[in-house]
Every structure is written in structure tokens, then in C-alpha cells.
Ligand binder design. Sequence first.
Ligand code: HEM
Length: 138
Amino acid sequence: MPETKEFTYVDVQSHTGKKDCYIVVHDKVYDATKFIDEHPGGEEVLLDVGGQDATEPFEDVGHSDEAREILDGLLVGKLKRMPGDPAPSAATQAASASTASKSDSAGMGVGLYALVLVGGIAAFGAYKYLQVKSESSK
Ligand code: HEM
């Protein structure tokens, strides 16, 4: 069962060559060796991330489902994080940070609507109040 095989970051880091290239995406370890020559995005980019966490560059490209299927086929195991490893969660964090900022701006949008709504209600209230006042002063 290849999925259950665990690699430390140090294990992965030793597979950086064109004939032996492991990459990490979302904490899973993939043997990209066979795919290097076939990669539509070129072999350079894969060699660049050989032995490293490629979650961020992989996701940045917006790879298709087909690309993800190919990736699944290259799975050799999962990453076992050790204390002191470069935190590839930085990539995950960056990804979640951008999601967070996206939801933040969504929150802003909702806040803006709420503001317009509250402003509208206040204006309507003021209008009614003035109307009643002018009625009573007649
Ligand atoms: C083993 C991991 C990877 C697999 C299986 C893979 C697979 C693919 C596939 C199938 C495509 C064709 C378009 C698509 O279906 O989305 C593609 C395009 C591309 N990939 Fe990857 N990719 C991998 C890793 C990476 C990484 C780490 C980068 C880093 C920058 C990268 C950069 C690109 C680029 C720039 C394209 C666009 C090429 C073009 O449209 O001219 N890929 N990849």
C-alpha cells in the first residue's frame, strides 16, 4: 500500500534528480520521475521543485482534474512532518491566507450591503420623522 508509506522531508529531499524526482503536494509524496519528460509545463519546473514541497506552484498553475489524476497515479506515500522541517504548511498557510482574504473581502461586501441597508433604513426613518413633524406643525 504505497499511500501508507511515510517519508520524512529529509527522505524526499534526497530525490531531486531527473532520474529520481519526488515532489510533495498537499503533504503527499509523488514520484514525478516518469512524468518529467511528459509534463506539458516542461521538465524544468518539475526539476525545480524536485525533493521539495510543490503544493503552492502546483496550485498556482490551476492544474486540471486530468493533471490531478496523473498526480494520483504517481503517489508513493505521505509526508511525515518532523519538527524543524521547512514548514510547507507555509504554502498551505499562504493558500488559506488567500482564501481567508477572499472571504474577508466577501465579508466586506456583506458589510457594505449591511451599511447601505442600515443607512437606507435610517434615511427612511428620518424622512418619516420629518414628515410626521411637519404634519403636526400644520
Ligand atoms: C507531478 C506533478 C505535476 C503534474 C502531474 C502536472 C501535470 C500537468 C498537466 C497534465 C498539465 C496540462 C494542463 C492541465 O491539465 O492542467 C500541466 C501544465 C502545466 N504545469 Fe504541471 N504538473 C505537475 C507539476 C507542476 C509544477 C510543480 C509546476 C510548477 C510551476 C507546473 C507547471 C505547469 C505549467 C506552467 C503548465 C502549463 C503549461 C501550458 O499550458 O503551456 N506543473 N501540468
